[in-house]
Design a protein around this ligand. Structure first.
Ligand code: SF4
Ligand code: SF4
Length: 229
């Protein structure tokens, strides 16, 4: 899940200065699950902005705002409300917000959220960073625990000399990632893997911007159903 946080309301208001009529876009995926930009939060935002004298021309929560086809489709259903607006306020992550901006080229796009990180959702209100999308996954060698995302020093070979009683020197509240990796490899009977020296990561796979066009499976390539006689 992409973790987002709501910007302080004052900042949102500031960014809307000079714009009276506002259309709000939420996201039905991560921002709904994390309660930052789902239907409830969009309606709350609409109410607060109305109190501040703004006119909300309409709102929509796209199933996945980052999916351009869905944002375009839902935008058509709200075309009149969007045309009437001076600006669009996005309550999606940065990718979703840019889809909204590019879909509505003539309207200023103001973000109401800050996109923060890619996380494991542990509980409804608890998430932690798990993957920095490095483009070259090494979980096979690290017991399924990512040191790139969870060790503050991004050490490929650890632990560093600073860990104490299994805790990280950078943040003693946290378990040292490399101690966790060691323990997990031990449980898996793969403790010899800890001896391997991992080469530095190929950072070129992380350079921005990244994009991809992939071949879609053709109907012919789909596995044919198995018939039992
Ligand atoms: S090694 Fe890279 S791709 Fe794999 S979990 Fe860590 S950051 Fe993500
Ligand atoms: S103590 Fe562990 S998690 Fe913290 S920086 Fe060192 S190796 Fe990384």
């Amino acid at each position: 899940m992409i973790v987002t946080e709501q910007k302080p309301f004052e900042e949102v208001l500031q960014s809307l200065q000079g714009h009276t009529k506002v259309f709000i876009v939420g996201c039905g995926s991560c921002a709904t699950a994390w309660h930052t930009g789902g239907e409830r939060e969009v309606k709350e935002m609409a109410a607060r902005l109305t109190e501040q004298g703004k006119t909300i021309t309409g709102w929509m929560v796209v199933e996945e705002t980052c999916d351009e086809r869905k944002t375009k489709r839902d935008s058509r259903a709200h075309a009149a409300e969007i045309t009437e607006a001076d600006a669009i306020l996005s309550m999606a992550c940065g990718a979703g917000s840019q889809v909204v901006a590019l879909t509505h080229d003539s309207k200023p796009l103001l973000p109401a959220l800050n996109a923060m990180f890619l996380a494991r959702l542990q509980r409804l209100n608890l998430a932690d960073e798990r993957c920095v999308l490095c483009g070259d996954c090494i979980l096979a060698q690290t017991g399924g625990i990512c040191p790139v995302a969870t060790c503050p020093k991004e050490l490929m070979n650890g632990p560093c000399g600073g860990y104490r009683d299994g805790k990280c020197e950078v943040d003693p509240q946290r378990d040292c990632s490399w101690v966790l990796i060691y323990q997990r490899l031990q449980r898996l009977g793969q403790i010899e893997d800890i001896q391997a020296i991992h080469t530095p990561k190929d950072q070129s796979k992380r350079k921005h911007p990244r994009n991809v066009a992939k071949a879609l499976p053709t109907p012919d390539a789909a596995p044919s159903p198995v018939h039992h006689h």
